[in-house]
Design a protein around this ligand. Structure first.
Ligand code: ZN
Length: 306
């Protein structure tokens, strides 16, 4: 039996555009403290996170901090602007120094990545992607974002994936809605995010009945994107989280549409026969983000690779 206080403890921040969740622990079965607060100005919000971890450190030995942040962000440790939120349209947050501010204030190593990559890491470590070396985590909510792991490593590259902004065929025949993305209009996020649903139908998605025509159209747009991801990344599984995916009736619709669009071309049992286990909700539910941040903190100091 493990004695209280003997295992290394880590701090995790799920930094969302509307709220921050900060926690201390070492995994789903060992969470010691948690707080959540609204995302206001960078100074105030990051200040509250620093205050929380400073307070926790008086009683608990913290090893490192992991941050999964809304973005776009700079996740490249070799870059001069590493640890910053970069071109976000969120007022006041563009070019915010985030990881560096935390590191300076707390004197601890800080890991930093996109919210979706970090949620993917949580699912890899403790959830629906255990044992896989290539998978995608897609969140469909206020925005659409995707990340994940390829060949055992979190997806980076030029910057990081922006799967929410892929272009998909717009079904103009049944859908005259122009799209809600401020950058692209009718990209995937512009057609299938929560605000897009609301803009198209004039009411929030969670107030639309389960048999509303909104859902087959939503499933069609999501499936078009998933088929593109299946063809480019060849993921062994696709995890779909976020507020819009709380509408569970979407899962069977998306799965059926993906099978139809793949057209039998991708010869994988997972897609052809076992699609219920292939396109799935996060096993950690809405805890994927904050637990992933704890996993990232562990990675940052060389613990538990994934
Ligand atoms: Zn876009």
């Amino acid at each position: 039996m493990r004695e209280e206080g003997t295992s290394p403890l880590y701090g995790g921040i799920e930094a969302g555009g509307t709220k921050f969740v900060c926690a201390v622990g070492s995994g789903p079965e060992d969470m010691r403290a948690e707080t959540r607060f609204a995302t206001t100005t960078p100074d105030e919000t990051i200040g509250r996170a620093i205050e929380f971890f400073s307070e926790q450190r008086r009683q608990l030995p913290l090893t490192s901090i992991g941050i999964g942040s809304f973005g776009p962000v700079d996740p490249d440790p070799a870059s001069a602007t590493f640890g910053r939120i970069t071109t976000t349209p969120k007022p006041g947050w563009a070019n915010t120094e985030f990881a560096g501010t935390m590191e300076k204030a707390l004197g601890l190593p800080v890991g930093f990545d996109t919210d979706v990559n970090v949620a993917a890491l949580g699912e890899h470590r403790w959830g629906a992607a255990r044992g896989l070396d290539t998978f995608i985590y897609l969140t469909v909510g206020t925005g659409i974002g995707g990340g994940g792991v390829t060949n055992g490593k979190l997806m980076h590259g030029l910057i990081h994936p922006e799967m929410g902004h892929v272009r998909i065929p717009h079904d103009w025949k049944t859908d005259p809605f122009l799209g809600s993305c401020p950058y692209h209009g009718d990209c995937l996020e512009g057609l299938a995010s929560g605000p897009a649903l609301q803009g198209r139908w004039g009411q929030r998605g969670d107030t639309l009945p389960g048999d509303h025509p909104a859902w087959p159209l939503q499933a069609q747009y999501l499936a078009l994107a998933l088929v593109n991801f299946i063809c480019t990344v060849s993921p062994q599984r696709i995890i779909m989280g976020g507020g819009v995916m709380e509408q569970r009736q979407l899962f069977p619709l998306v799965r059926r549409k993906v099978q139809e669009l793949v057209g039998g071309y991708v010869q994988a049992r997972e897609v052809l026969e076992d699609i219920d286990a292939y396109i799935v909700p996060p096993a950690l539910g809405n805890r994927a983000g904050v637990l992933g941040a704890i996993a990232l903190a562990q990675h940052t100091v060389g613990g538990q690779s994934s």
